[in-house]
Design a protein around this ligand. Structure first.
Ligand code: ADP
Ligand code: ADP
Ligand code: ZN
Length: 872
């Protein structure tokens, strides 16, 4: 019997849906969905329920395959290697673009140069076009505009000379392949009969030629005299013709020899002919300074691009930094380009008073004024060809400002941006690309956003959708879910207990759904009364005085110890400048025995550090981790698992040691093809690299022989597929192992498979994993934990895990200071430090500090408004 796929043309499904049937990717349980096209769709559900598996590993993966089909044959050769998501059918899926969050990924070009906000937003590209089309070169030594000379500009110069001045119009020639007598022959045929050689003037009579032929003129400049004139009467036609001739015969040079002394004429070069002192003026159709020896490159777009050899500073190669000559492993700003990464020719070009580097140092919100001023100064004929470029720049600038990024500068390097800032910068570029009928898949666009900023991003997403695109966002944030037209909720729980569609439909239906936890969460608008007293009284404080890093306005901040302290404020208000860039390095320096004197503390000072023993910054990266690391190796529980397998009777029989169960060691039982990673990488060059399951071991990492060994009916590869929640009961009786698994459950990572490669974890998951590693440290050290957005990627229903964990740490006498936007977590704070009032230069102050109730009572604090639920 043959089965038939549903016949699309015959079925009654409206053409405006992506039809998804029988998806079994990861934990998804053979799910069917009709996903409306041209809508804003939110995918929600508890962590581990399968959101990423659906949004990225199924829909984006398939959309990307479709996109590849539209590319060149050379791109398509990889098509049959692209893994097809495990699904019966996916129809009408548009080409897809993904915006993923992964702060551990640094974007460097092949030459190792780091990208900037300007490049990521697409603005830099159009600025390069503008600078090449309208830039004016200024000599950096002489501060004068450099323009290629023309007969007209030289004529204007002649007209500016005093009257009664005698002058000659000349041009230089070089001998090249020809001999001097051949040249003289040619000149005479052209009716020219005077030259200057070695500061002597010669009449080209026949006998003079004979004398000259003896002279060694190979390396000497020969000036051919075209015309001898005076400024008493100016015959414009005659002068222009001579100059025209000079420029064309010498490929771009004309020389005026002024035969009288000039007053106030500093620009000429003193020159002599015989006994006579004269002044020489060189005019060039090239871009060179008339007063100094500098020459400039033609302003082309590539001149303003540090990725291009034509634009990059030749000393640092476009990096902007060079290794220090003295230091160890440290780098310093490239002094030749002052960190601008560009060569002097590029920096000499200005548009409306700024070169491209100076422009890149302005906050984005100041650039529209500059652009407006520039376009106002243009004549209609100048403006017309620039209109499209100016429009692109203007549109992108206003998008960046609209997305709340107006405080950034275009020169900011990618690694100094938070992942939310990176995502919104890329959004600028996507939105202005005017792609239509595209599927955009976004990972938590709310991350890093204060509730007050959320509506900006939402309205930009809505615009993108209005351009006939489909937007699929993986989100937990209530404001984003409320803005979605269609909501898909996966669940009911994580891992194998999830993977089902528990709701699909519009918001109203979600709110009345009996079974949707997200619906219940959205409905729980009746909020508990705000804390008026801290849970733990603070008797000890750390005080930071006169913090000035980045935009901080010499603020003095008191951080309570042994409390849950949360630093809040809109994006760019100064939270990470305060915690990550000031408090942490300062504390770390004071606490480390080898007191580093390298911290550039400025005038900032710190007191109270003696009350803690150590400070730990738990950021979103897992630097120093092997890309082969997995949660089981990170918490050292894999050693115990391997011992357990080595103690099974089958392993005894075959003489297998714990080492054989390692997928990292060469001598172990790992798959020889993928060397134990289970994956094979394909380099797609023009696209992001692609990884596929190893065809030898089918992604299991091990050789057949090892997989025959079972413990409680599972082999080692199957154990690595267990989630933490599943592994906990599985390892009953192994108390050391269970204790470590409990630490992972406690930080809300129960859904994580033991063998999931760490590089695939989200920033929030990395941070919670690090936190888990500290939960068992039985040391009596008093530790201060600093964290940036620990709730990122967590469903609201999972936030309680993290709070429990914080309470455990506080009860053990530790201290916690967080940067957070999540209102539920801010509500749980003992002490809030709210920064602002706005971003960038308008931020960096303390708006209000105190308990949630005190902050909520503040009239203008955005955080206060969020606590009062004014934004939901
Ligand atoms: P969510 O995005 O809702 O947090 P995911 O889609 O990431 O959930 O994960 C759902 C389940 O799919 C997880 O429990 C995990 O077991 C499994 N999973 C996720 N990624 C992979 C992967 N790369 N390989 C195997 N299983 C995975
Ligand atoms: P928040 O953490 O509240 O989003 P930040 O502390 O990151 O705010 O930023 C505050 C201000 O300092 C912004 O104007 C930002 O552009 C600037 N800033 C932050 N980090 C850097 C940096 N590494 N280099 C230059 N400017 C920075
Ligand atoms: Zn393999």
């Amino acid at each position: 019997m043959t089965t038939h796929l549903p016949d699309e043309s015959a079925s009654a499904i409206p053409s405006s849906v992506i039809q998804v049937r029988g998806v079994r990717v990861h934990n998804l349980k053979n799910i069917d969905l009709d996903i409306p096209l041209n809508q804003l769709i939110a995918v929600c559900g508890v962590s581990g329920s399968g959101k990423t598996s659906l949004a990225f590993d199924t829909l984006y993966a398939e959309g990307q395959r479709r996109y590849l089909e539209t590319l060149s044959p050379s791109a398509r050769q990889y098509l049959n290697q692209l893994p097809k998501p495990d699904a019966d059918q996916i129809t009408r899926i548009p080409p897809a673009i993904a915006l993923r969050q992964n702060t551990s990924q640094r974007h460097f070009s092949s030459r190792g140069l780091e990208s900037t906000a300007g490049i990521e937003s697409g603005i830099q590209h159009y600025l390069r076009l503008l600078f090449s089309a309208s830039g004016q070169i200024f000599c950096p030594n002489c501060e004068i505009p450099i323009a290629p000379q023309t007969p007209e500009t030289v004529l204007a110069f002649i007209k500016s000379l005093p009257t009664e001045i005698r002058y000659q119009i000349c041009y230089p020639i070089t001998l090249g392949e020809q001999s001097l007598s051949e040249i003289i022959q040619e000149l005479k045929q052209q009716g020219l009969n005077r030259i200057i050689l070695n500061h002597e003037e010669y009449q080209l009579s026949d006998d003079a030629a004979a004398v000259l032929a003896q002279a060694d003129a190979r390396d000497e400049e020969i000036l051919v005299v075209l015309d001898r004139l005076t400024t008493r009467s100016i015959d414009e036609q005659r002068i222009l013709e001579s100059l025209e001739f000079a420029f064309s015969e010498s490929s771009g040079q004309a020389i005026l020899l002024v035969m009288e002394p000039l007053e106030n004429q500093a620009t000429g070069i003193p020159f002599s002919i015989g006994q006579q002192q004269i002044l020489r003026f060189d005019f060039s159709a090239d871009l060179s300074c008339p007063q100094c020896p500098l020459e400039f490159a033609q302003p082309e777009p590539q001149l303003f691009n540090f990725y291009s050899p034509g634009g990059a500073c030749s000393h640092c190669g476009g990096a902007g930094t060079v290794p220090t000559t003295t230091g160890t492993n440290t780098i310093e700003i490239c002094s030749h380009c002052h960190g601008s990464r560009l060569n002097p020719s590029a920096l000499a070009v200005r548009v409306n008073g700024h070169n491209i580097d100076q422009l890149g140092q302005l906050p984005v919100q100041q650039i529209p004024d500059w652009l407006e001023q520039f376009s106002k100064g243009l004549s209609e004929s100048e403006a017309q060809p620039l209109t499209p470029v100016i429009r692109e720049i203007r549109d992108r600038l206003s998008l960046m400002i609209e997305l709340g990024l107006g405080y950034l500068t275009l020169n900011r390097t990618r690694s100094t941006l938070s992942s939310g800032e990176i995502q919104r910068t890329s959004l600028t570029s996507l939105l202005s690309s005017n792609l239509v009928n595209t599927l955009y898949v976004l990972d938590e666009p709310s991350s890093g956003l204060h509730p007050a900023d959320c509506h900006r991003v939402i309205s930009v997403l809505q615009k993108l959708r209005q351009l006939n695109n489909t937007l699929l966002i993986v989100e937990h944030d209530a404001a984003f879910i409320r803005a979605a037209e269609h909501i898909i909720e996966l669940g009911p729980e994580a891992g194998k207990a999830g993977g089902e569609v528990i709701f699909a439909g519009p918001l109203e239906a979600l709110k009345t759904s009996e079974i949707s936890p997200t619906g219940r969460f959205l409905n729980s608008t009746e909020t508990a009364p705000l804390k008026t007293e801290p849970g733990q009284p603070a008797s000890d404080w750390i005080t930071l005085t006169n913090a000035t890093r980045n935009n901080l306005q010499s603020i003095t901040v008191r951080f309570p110890l042994r409390q849950l302290c949360v630093v809040t404020g809109i994006s760019g208000s100064g939270k990470s400048s305060l915690l990550e860039q000031t408090l942490f390095p300062l504390l770390a320096a004071q606490l480390s025995a080898t007191r580093s004197s390298q911290i550039d503390a400025g005038s900032v000072s710190l007191s109270g550090a003696d009350q803690i023993d150590e400070v730990i910054l738990l950021d979103h990266s897992l630097t120093g981790q092997n890309p082969r690391s997995i949660p089981a190796t990170y918490l050292n529980l894999f050693d115990e698992i391997r011992s357990i397998f080595a103690q099974t009777p089958d392993a005894w029989l075959r003489n297998l040691s714990p080492g054989h169960f390692s997928f990292n060691s060469k001598s172990g039982g790992r798959c020889p093809v993928c060397k134990g990673t289970g994956k094979i990488e394909i380099d797609l060059q023009f696209l992001a690299d692609l990884t596929m399951d190893c065809q030898e071991c089918h992604g299991k990492r091990y050789q057949r022989e090892l997989l025959d060994i079972k413990y409680r009916k599972l082999n080692i590869a199957e154990v690595l597929e267990l989630t933490v929640d599943e592994a906990f009961p599985f390892f009953r009786g192994q108390s050391a192992l269970q204790k470590k698994l409990k630490q992972l459950k406690d930080v809300g990572l129960g859904y994580l498979p033991l063998g999931q490669p760490l590089p695939t974890l989200s920033g929030g998951e990395c941070q919670r994993l690090k936190l888990a590693a500290y939960l068992n440290t039985s040391s009596r050290n008093k530790t201060l934990f600093l964290m940036n957005e620990p709730t990122r990627g967590l469903h609201p229903l999972d936030i309680q895990y993290v709070l429990n964990c914080f309470n455990y740490l506080l009860a053990a006498g530790h201290s916690i200071i967080l940067i957070e936007h999540n209102v539920d977590l801010i509500r749980a704070a003992d002490h809030i430090i709210d920064l602002g009032p706005e971003a960038g230069a308008e931020g960096g102050c303390i708006v209000v500090t105190g308990t949630p109730a005190e902050v909520a009572a503040h009239p203008t604090s955005y955080t206060g408004m969020a606590l009062n639920a004014k934004f939901s």
